[in-house]
Write a protein that binds this ligand. Structure first.
Ligand code: G3P
Ligand code: MG
Length: 261
């Protein structure tokens, strides 16, 4: 899956839509990053009980909504009725948990590119990967090209799927073979190259705090894209780009702007 093509997407992404400047993973957040000129975002997706992909980070509803319990135990209708804005600030009261379809419709209408993280649900990792990838492929059907999960065939419009879950990535590959995939890791493992190859991933996504310049050079020399999360210090962002890192996401969209790279 190595390819040596330059990263074809925005190089600075607004983490969870707008970092910490608006309620994460909402349309309000995405609009906030757009106002700062961002053309790329990272968002998180899970499945409701009735298997509708929804955009929310946590396994449970409590932290970012007025709901209770696991996302996977609530129907899409129940999730749509929740307030995902008030926890952040009263001006965001009533902001909903968006469906993946709603986020993609907004982003495609405004030319915003998406790194779509598939979250792991206990006991259901592969199924979430399958349904989220299939839904994404349907929402971007007109933008996909055969063999578009790597190299020259990758569409600049199509999202990059990423996940910490190997099972999710395998299922995503089977369900949507033309969407590119990235493997998320907390640190670069010794067998990273074999793992990327086995998963058919074009990109490695690593916690920047665990990355060394030698690892960055090796990943790039092998022809993979290299992405870092979540970088909030401009000096560190500059250093990572100098190491050859292709792209990163940030919570400090006010300090690390869309054209920082
Ligand atoms: O995709 C990179 C980053 O978002 C992974 O961590 O917990 O913020 O989703 P998390
Ligand atoms: Mg994420």
């Amino acid at each position: 899956m190595s390819h040596f093509r330059p990263w074809p997407w925005p190089r600075v992404l607004a983490h969870r839509g707008a970092g910490k400047l608006a309620p994460e993973n909402t349309l309000a957040a995405i609009r906030r990053s757009q106002a700062l000129g961002f053309r790329g975002i990272e968002i998180d997706a899970r499945l409701s009980r009735d298997e509708v992909p929804v955009v929310i980070h946590d396994r449970t509803l409590e932290r970012t909504t007025d709901g209770h319990g696991a996302v996977a135990d609530a129907s899409a209708e129940e999730i749509a009725s929740l307030d995902a804005g008030s926890w952040f600030g009263p001006e965001y009261r009533g902001e909903p948990v968006p469906t993946l379809a709603a986020v993609v419709a907004h982003c495609r209408a405004h030319g915003i590119w998406i790194n779509l993280e598939i979250k792991r649900a206990p006991g259901n990792v592969a199924r979430v990967g399958e349904v989220v990838a299939r839904t994404a492929a349907q929402l971007y059907a007109d933008a996909l090209r055969p063999g578009g999960d790597r190299g020259e065939c990758v569409s600049t419009a199509a999202p990059l799927l990423s996940s910490f879950g190997a099972e999710a990535l395998q299922a995503a590959r089977a369900a949507a073979p033309d969407l590119p995939r990235g493997w998320l890791v907390t640190e670069v493992p010794g067998d990273w190259r074999e793992r990327l190859e086995r998963l058919g991933c074009a990109s490695l996504h690593v916690d920047h705090e665990a990355l060394t310049p030698a690892q960055a050079a090796a990943v790039k020399a092998a022809g993979y894209w290299l992405f870092c999360y979540t970088v909030d210090d401009p000096g560190r962002a500059r250093e990572l780009f100098a190491w050859g890192v292709d792209a990163l996401c940030t919570d400090r969209i006010d300090l690390i702007g869309p054209d920082f790279a």
